[in-house]
Design a protein. Structure first.
Length: 39
């Protein structure tokens, strides 16, 4: 029961991380530009 609640709570966070990874791979050039710009 508790594990199921944790799973439900964790799912949106996992989805959020997944979308970040997908966007990072798609916009990798932009991210590298920003990363170099910060240094």
């Amino acid at each position: 029961m508790v594990r199921q609640e944790l799973s439900v709570m964790y799912r949106p966070f996992y989805h959020f991380r997944l979308t970040i990874v997908v966007r990072y791979k798609r916009d990798s050039q932009l991210f590298h530009t920003l990363y170099l710009f910060n240094y």
